[in-house]
Design a protein around this ligand. Sequence first.
Ligand SMILES: *Cc1c(COP(=O)(O)O)cnc(C)c1O
Length: 391
Amino acid sequence: MSGTSTVAIHADRGIRTDRSVAPPIYQTAAFSAADAEAFAQAAVDPRGQDFYLRFGNPNHAQVAAVVAELERTEAAMVTASGMAALTTAVLALVSAGDHVIGQQSTYGGTASVLLNLLPRLGVSTTLVDQTDPTAFEKALTPQTRLILLETPSNPLLQVTDLRAVAELARAHDVLTVADNTFATPLNQRPTDFGIDLVWHSATKYLNGHTDISAGVLAGPAELLDRIWDTGVLTGAVLGPFDAWLLLRGLRTLPLRLPRHNANGQALAEALQAHPTVAKVHYPGLPSHPQHELASSQMSGFGGVLGIELTGGFEAADAFLGRLRYPRRSASLGGVESLAVHPASMWRGMLSEDQIAGSGVPLGLIRLAAGTEDTADLVADALAAADAVAHT
Ligand SMILES: *Cc1c(COP(=O)(O)O)cnc(C)c1O
């Protein structure tokens, strides 16, 4: 098997090859068919490339080929956002009367699907403490169909034991779906541990340039065929140009990610040693309570860290204002460093009580290291922490 850098550049090679070295952008809403039989076939071809844009196009197929090979899954499909990937998968896989298990520490949108959307549709949900290995088993009911995992979690960087949950789920005929946005397939491949389906906010590391919204699902073809059927109805289709940009971003993921990993680790170590920092959440730190588990399922720990300052919310806000390079912004995973206060950001998706239930401290800062020079980011973060300490 080829290395990941080669895969990222060549895995889509067989799809619509022509004489252009860069793939064309198929900026068309529809494709023509030679005859009635070909037309009828194209209409039912799961994740096809030749019928109507909402059903799939060659730019989607190229992205899917690269992601499937990086995640080592049979197939992949592309959606208009990470949330579109999640809701399409969930709507395809559960019905009224079913039960879904999720994590207490999870992305705000995922938490809102579990706490607000699914219960409205007659699907019951339980959110568990992912750091407790027995919690998932205790939450199982005869109606459980799906377990939604996220590791490391946004923004607390808590780790889930993928092997243990996958084994439990298999024994009870329950599907497991893992959000691999923070790790990417380069730091962690959930299917290696028995997880059934993987999804990404491709808006983040996979694209890496903070210029599109996109999502990806990767897993067995049979499962993706079912999800694609629902995706045609929900219609969360990625535009051709955005799919083309995503493929372009994916080409350099194996070059970008090692720098994100190095910057995340260096910032976590430097800030942890600063007197005004109360706690750093980063799975690459030996002080992280699940460092050993993280090391057993990840080969790198990514660029995102959670920081709590001794001065609480006021100090966190002052720290954000003092940073020179990371700008105050909701995203992560791009080449530029960004920092945010998650409890403020999630007010649009979750109630105050639901935010409290996620365990996110009000003063937590999420710092997403970009690919700038490590020494510059560390010096900047330490200078901001010094400034806060002296006010
Ligand atoms: C951003 C994010 C999402 C949502 O993805 P969108 O592309 O914004 O829809 C889901 N999970 C995680 C971990 C994220 O960081």
